[in-house]
Design a protein around this ligand. Structure first.
Ligand code: NAD
Ligand code: MG
Length: 400
């Protein structure tokens, strides 16, 4: 049967990889809806190529975008803003939602998809960092399916026993011999550089990832290793494990995408070329397999695989993520919000790369908010997010 897909964040890097796969498998997948926030020319071209039934644009662009579609003879329902994203994510015609919006902006639609019982292909890690408990509870209560496409989490998912995969990935209650998870990290563009070099890094240097081609925010997060910190929190929620059960290891070649360690001493790993099309194709077709179009790994061409323990002084963001996870949800919301503000300020030329960790640490220690318990709802979460953003903006102004 054809799966009807909504790609939220269609104009980004994950959107590109997803749509490349969908274009090659039109007999199995129907691109039902798309969304974009910037680069609307690109979104328009995607509308011409895929002719989705619905499209979501920023509210200010509804009229001009509708007019363009009309002139091109395309009949597509145009919706807008957060409510438009939620409309699409919960549309009864949609089977699968690809959550590929970057940052907190992706949370409301991802949560709505969970509450509507959809199959969710999750790239938007920030949704879990902010609202992991609420998201996972919604997935369980509404019988949704959550399949990670972040490459590390997808690798771990693939290395877990089928029984855990089918129980919405929850390891905690029935550990099946799982001892630890190992998240691999490339170490980013500054792995071999000194901290002093990192302090002076230009924007261009910071967003130039050695192995992966990605959006700007996640590229900066990779340079500071905040990305691995966010992924550590993402993994705790996805697999229902405490942070102490999840190790991070730097593996500069990005060939092993992560590992599961079992009590008998076995380590299961998933390997592949560093290409997001592989995890996306896996999640799209799970439990079947389809051709992703990625280059097969050439094992004969690999000269060696290295594993290095991360330096938590140089990459303080990784330490902060563990600290926040131990402190509780309110702290992971603050860390995520502070980081989004600090990364934007770095990309706007207002901060040095290494200031991002300082801002994040200051935000975590200074911002006082109520502790969130397990009954916290989305409004409580968004309220803390808002406080943290205001406070961090002031910190940035002070530092800049
Ligand atoms: P990107 O910047 O390339 O694309 C982001 C998408 O979100 C675009 O379509 C953009 O228009 C949309 N968007 C941005 N702000 C928005 C807003 N306020 N409201 C609605 N839409 C908005 O980012 P990306 O690299 O594709 O990453 C997307 C998500 O996937 C991130 O959460 C990232 O951490 C995660 N991820 C990305 C990769 C990768 O290889 N790129 C790998 C793993 C996980
Ligand atoms: Mg990743």
């Amino acid at each position: 049967m054809t799966q009807r897909i909504a790609v939220l964040g269609a104009t980004g890097s994950i959107g590109d990889s997803t749509l490349a796969i969908l274009a090659a498998h039109t007999q199995n997948y129907d691109v039902y809806a798309l969304s974009g926030y910037q680069r609307l020319d690109k979104l328009f071209a995607l509308c011409q190529q895929f002719e989705p039934r619905r499209v979501c644009v920023p509210t200010a662009d509804v009229d001009s975008f509708s007019q363009r579609l009309n002139e091109a003879g395309l009949t597509i329902d145009v919706v807008s803003g957060d409510s438009g994203l939620i409309d699409i994510a919960t549309d009864t015609q949609v089977d699968t939602v690809v959550a590929a919006i970057v940052g907190a902006a992706g949370l409301p639609s991802t949560l709505a998809a969970a509450r509507a019982g959809k199959r969710i292909l999750l790239a938007n890690k920030e949704a879990l960092v902010m609202a992991g408990q609420v998201m996972i509870a919604a997935v369980k209560r509404h019988n949704a399916t959550l399949l990670p496409i972040d490459s590390e989490h997808n690798a771990i998912f693939q290395c877990l026993p089928t029984a855990i995969q089918q129980d919405n990935t929850c390891i905690h209650e029935s550990n099946h011999g799982v001892r630890k998870l190992w998240l691999t990290a490339s170490g980013g563009p500054f792995l071999q550089r000194s901290f002093e070099h990192m302090q002076q890094a230009s924007i261009a240097e910071a967003v130039k990832h050695p192995n992966w081609s990605m959006g700007q925010k996640i590229s900066v997060d990779s340079a500071t290793m905040m990305n691995k910190g966010l992924e550590l929190i993402e993994a705790c929620h996805l697999f229902d494990l405490p942070e102490s059960k999840i190790n991070v290891v730097i593996h500069p070649q990005s060939i092993i995408h992560s590992m599961v360690e079992y009590s008998d001493g076995s380590f299961l790993a998933q390997l592949g070329s560093p290409d997001m099309k592989t995890p996306i194709a896996h999640a799209l077709s799970y439990p079947e397999r389809i051709n992703s179009g990625s280059q097969p790994l050439d094992l004969y061409a690999l000269s060696g695989l290295e594993f290095i323990k991360p330096d938590l002084q140089k990459f303080a963001c990784l330490r902060l993520a563990r600290q926040a996870m131990q402190a509780g949800t309110q702290a992971t919301i603050i860390l995520n919000a502070a980081n989004e503000i600090a990364v934007s300020a770095f990309l706007a030329g207002q901060l040095r790369l290494t200031d991002i960790a300082n801002i994040n640490e200051q935000a975590l220690t200074e911002i006082q908010v109520p502790l969130l318990d397990l009954n916290a709802n989305i409004d409580d979460i968004l309220a803390i997010d808002k406080i943290a953003r205001h406070h961090t903006e002031a910190l940035v102004t002070e530092m800049a």
